[in-house]
Ligand binder design. Structure first.
Ligand code: GLU
Length: 270
């Protein structure tokens, strides 16, 4: 069994963060097969006795795919309007996918303000617990149509870390369009090696160069590393996996997938 498999076998409560690039094809349209594949896998985790909360990006990408003529509009009102449209498209995919199993989905849209007001935070927490306890899959995204810079969480990697601590999850899984963290850019260096276990993020940042954001999302490697740091502070591990690989979550559970684990120090030296 691999370390990733051990973590996922032990985890009862898992937050799965799904990036825009995982949900979109190369033209920006919803990658229906991949959404279906991920839904099927989440249901396998649930049938295995786990509780799953999804943090899903894709409102912006789905909006652009729906109303192409707005895609080049950079004005904030158009971008927020696109997210309002795209969020519906995105939820339709999840509703259809989980609906085939007779499972409901519940949408929660959050901004930073929700996490800075104790009363609101408590209500969100209660809603997540209630949904999960009742067998509903919560699907969480930033409330992109109302979030302006001042109240923006900014990227769903950070949002997923907030959700992990709020819900007291046992593990965070990033499904991204990269396989893991490499010591060099794997696109430019044939000898690049994946770093499978990270214990010290500061040390990592001293040794590798992080650049680039993803094409459809707002995050990138840097935001994942910072989100991992956040959950690691609570001794919760974060795992980075390639979400475009078929059956990746189940392969990871069975110890048959490669990726990068960020350990909380206490977890690592337990
Ligand atoms: N909330 C954004 C969306 O749904 C994505 C943010 C991100 O990519 O991290 O389009």
């Amino acid at each position: 069994m691999s370390a990733i498999g051990d973590i996922l076998k032990d985890a009862r409560k898992v937050v799965v963060k799904i990036g825009s690039n995982v949900l979109s094809d190369e033209n920006g349209f919803v990658d229906r097969d991949n959404v279906k594949d991920i839904v099927d896998q989440v249901m396998e985790l649930v049938e295995d006795g786990k509780q799953v909360v999804i943090v899903s990006s894709g409102a912006g990408a789905c909006g652009m795919a729906t109303i192409h003529k707005w895609a080049r509009r950079k004005d904030i009102n158009y971008r927020q309007a696109l997210c309002a449209i795209g969020q519906v498209e995105l939820m339709m995919e999840y509703k259809e996918g989980f609906g085939k199993y007779g499972v409901h989905v519940g949408q929660i849209l959050l901004t930073n303000e929700d996490f800075s007001d104790a009363d609101r935070t408590l209500r969100i927490r209660n809603t997540i617990y209630t949904l999960v306890d009742e067998g509903v899959i919560p699907i969480i995204n930033e409330n992109d149509s109302v979030a302006v810079d001042e109240i923006k969480i900014g990227d769903n990697d950070a949002l997923s870390a907030l959700v992990v601590t709020l819900w007291d999850a046992d593990a965070l899984v990033f499904l991204s369009n990269i396989e893991g963290i490499y010591d060099k850019d794997p696109g430019a260096n044939e000898d690049a090696k994946m770093i499978e276990e990270i214990y010290d993020i500061d040390k990592l940042l001293d040794t590798i160069e992080i650049k680039g954001t993803s094409s459809f999302g707002t995050g990138g490697i840097a935001t994942k590393i910072e989100a991992a740091r956040r959950v690691n502070e609570y001794s919760i591990p974060a795992i980075l996996l390639h979400g475009k690989k078929k059956n990746i979550l189940i392969d990871a559970l069975n110890g048959e997938a490669k990726g990068t684990i960020f350990y909380g120090k206490e977890v690592a030296f337990k």
